[in-house]
Design a protein around this ligand. Structure first.
Ligand SMILES: C[S@@+](CC[C@H](N)C(=O)[O-])C[C@H]1O[C@@H](n2cnc3c(N)ncnc32)[C@H](O)[C@@H]1O
Length: 300
């Protein structure tokens, strides 16, 4: 299980990633389970930090899965990433947006994992978004000298760390719908779900409606394994009413058990996140400070 000294930061960025909630989630895992099953892996930050020896990471977005399978199959490694980003970064610094658009067009035809990484780390806000024609359509991030030396070193380290984890554990990366992934679970496994929030239809691979939410609850209820679902609880204006209807028979814990709410203004306005569990939660009763997210540096 997780070594608390180390937090792994994945090389892929994605909107809605649970970086800040990793410790909160990991503190509430059951004491034992066989395989970590993650049907909505996104960046993978939660499962990578759970460091279960056996895991299934899945997502409906094939480019995320291709990227991690390319690391697993050793088609790409940290040294290739370093060289690629150095070369591409120089051209980007020279040509700017035109070059970004050129790579985006190439990626939309060839789907190469290194181009995916390049776009993901130079696009606007590190977003992953595809249109109905399955084309990556996020615009250029317009950061001058995007691939500066320190930034390339950071990404290269991230790839090296994740490659190490993948090589030393029995981890599978599968592109499929969440219902198929949940069917793979045995009763001693743990399923961690982080579905998109309802109503945010901004991406072809990442839309979510009420039927999806109903199907998720049904699949989890009938699969027999322990599960955790990440969702939102409330913000200043609204609350997630599904917690009082669809999910009412499960245990719910929120980050208000975790953050110092009411102190800083940014915390008062923040979304309160929730975890839904079908087993007894172990959350701390006393509020504790949000852990500072740390990345360890490796020599490369
Ligand atoms: C909120 S993100 C997960 C973020 C992840 N927990 C992290 O920390 O990076 C939701 C993910 O679910 C995937 N997804 C959306 N609909 C799906 C479906 N029907 N089946 C499987 N994955 C789906 C999206 O592609 C996206 O990567």
């Amino acid at each position: 299980m997780m070594n608390k000294e180390t937090t792994y930061v994945p090389p892929v960025k994605i909107q809605g990633k649970k970086t800040q909630l990793v410790d909160f989630i990991l503190e509430n895992l059951p004491n034992e389970f066989d395989t970590w099953i993650e049907p909505f892996m996104g960046s993978g930050v939660v499962g990578f930090n759970a460091t279960s020896p056996k895991a299934v990471f899945a997502d409906s977005n094939p480019h995320i899965i291709n990227f991690y399978n390319a690391i697993k199959n050793k088609e790409i490694n940290h040294l290739m990433v370093k060289q690629f980003l150095q070369e591409q970064g120089e051209i980007l610094a020279d040509k700017g947006q035109d070059y970004y658009n050129e790579v985006r067009e190439k990626f939309n035809k060839e789907h190469r994992p290194l181009d995916f990484l390049f776009l993901n780390r130079s696009c606007f806000n590190g977003m992953i978004r595809f249109n109905r024609k399955l084309e990556f359509n996020v615009p250029y991030g317009h950061k001058p000298k995007r691939f500066a030396r320190a930034y390339i070193t950071k990404i290269t380290n991230q790839v090296k760390q994740i490659a190490f984890l993948i090589e030393n554990n029995d981890w599978a990366f599968v592109c499929q719908d969440f219902k198929e992934t949940i069917k793979m679970a045995n009763k001693n496994d743990l399923i961690y779900c982080d579905p998109p929030y309802i109503g945010r239809h901004v991406d072809y691979y990442d839309s979510w409606d009420e039927q999806n939410e109903l199907d998720l609850e049904n699949a989890l209820r009938t699969c027999g394994a322990n599960f955790i679902v990440s969702t939102w609880h409330s913000n200043q204006y609204r609350k997630n009413t599904y917690l009082e209807s669809l999910w009412k028979n499960y245990n719910t814990i929120t980050t208000s058990h975790f953050y110092h709410l009411g102190g800083k203004e940014e915390n008062r306005n923040a979304v309160t996140e929730a975890l839904i569990l079908n087993y007894e939660a172990k959350h701390r009763q006393e509020p504790i400070k949000v852990p500072i997210y740390r990345q360890i540096a490796l020599d490369i």
